[in-house]
Design a protein. Structure first.
Length: 297
């Protein structure tokens, strides 16, 4: 067996192991997602936004105006048809396949898990329900999957434009909630915005792939550190000549932008190379131009 065949075989084995490790995470996330709907969301009658919120809104419309109880699974799968197409065509096949597992499993569990009331305090429901919803979505994203709906659109925009577009989700969800408020109760619609805000902020904290961090590194080992940054992140760097204002000795300033979830790893590794290094870490609002991202599989 030649080296290329061996490398291909090893790659296939790695891919299978990777998928096997990701599946339990998305299954657990699906259960948490459905359980959250049947406890917090159901108790307060909230519309959590996204595909799930639109599904619940459609169910409520059919029940309220036509006295028909429509299955959550049927509506949710139909709503996700176009986002799933976007995923397969523009994002990645394995990514979208795992996302389909989340969509189908969470939908079925939502239909079969019985409703249960943990608390009737609507503010507690909005805060903790939103946090749990954000945790479930973040688990999916960390496993390279998504809960469907607007998440597909957000990831597509993030991949295409290089920006953190989760705020776009918040705006889309707000539009859905305005419709819910006009048809039913403005109180529940406004509480649902609190729920969605808590969910979005939780995702911002836990999942930072599409957020960028700027590093200014002052060092005497520029070549080693540039090689280190590239080996860890596949990102380049710019070396700028500098001079210390106190001792007037020569310094090199390395300017680089990395993903926020890579920043701590880079900073720790750089300190091992140069214990006397000085590092300034800044939040980056937006990057325009070539910025390497690990492609979805």
């Amino acid at each position: 067996m030649n080296n290329n065949a061996m490398d291909k075989k090893k790659s296939n084995i790695f891919d299978r192991i990777n998928i096997l490790l990701r599946v339990p995470v998305v299954v657990l996330a699906s259960f948490i997602f459905a359980l959250n709907i049947k406890t917090f969301v159901h108790t307060a009658g909230l519309i959590p936004g996204g595909a799930s919120g639109l599904t619940l809104l459609i169910q409520e419309i059919f029940l309220h105006f036509f006295n028909l109880k429509v299955p959550y699974t049927l509506v949710n799968i139909l709503i996700n048809a176009i986002p799933v197409y976007i995923g397969f065509k523009f994002i990645g096949k394995k990514f979208t396949a795992l996302s389909c597992l989340v969509i189908i499993l969470s939908s079925i569990l939502t239909d079969f898990i019985p409703s249960y009331t943990i608390t009737k305090d609507i503010l507690l429901i909005c805060i903790f329900g939103g946090i749990i919803n954000g945790v479930a979505i973040s688990m999916c994203l960390m496993a390279d999957a998504t809960s469907g709906g607007t998440d597909f659109i957000s990831i597509y925009l993030s991949e295409k434009n290089g920006i953190d577009s989760f705020n776009v989700i918040l705006l889309i969800n707000a539009f859905i909630l305005v419709i819910a408020g006009a048809l039913f109760s403005w109180d529940k619609a406004l509480y649902s915005i609190i729920f969605q805000y808590c969910s979005t902020m939780t995702i911002h904290v836990l999942y930072r792939k599409y957020q960028q961090t700027t590093l200014f590194i002052i060092t005497k080992e520029p070549d080693k550190i540039c090689e280190l940054i590239f080996s860890l992140t596949h990102h380049g760097a710019t070396v700028i000549d500098g001079e210390g204002s106190y001792e007037h000795d020569e310094r090199k300033i390395i300017y680089s932008i990395v993903s926020s979830h890579e920043a701590n790893r880079v900073v720790g590794a750089v300190r091992n190379v140069d214990p006397d290094v000085f590092i300034n870490v800044l939040k980056t609002e937006r990057v325009s131009g070539k910025f390497y991202r690990v492609p979805k599989d």
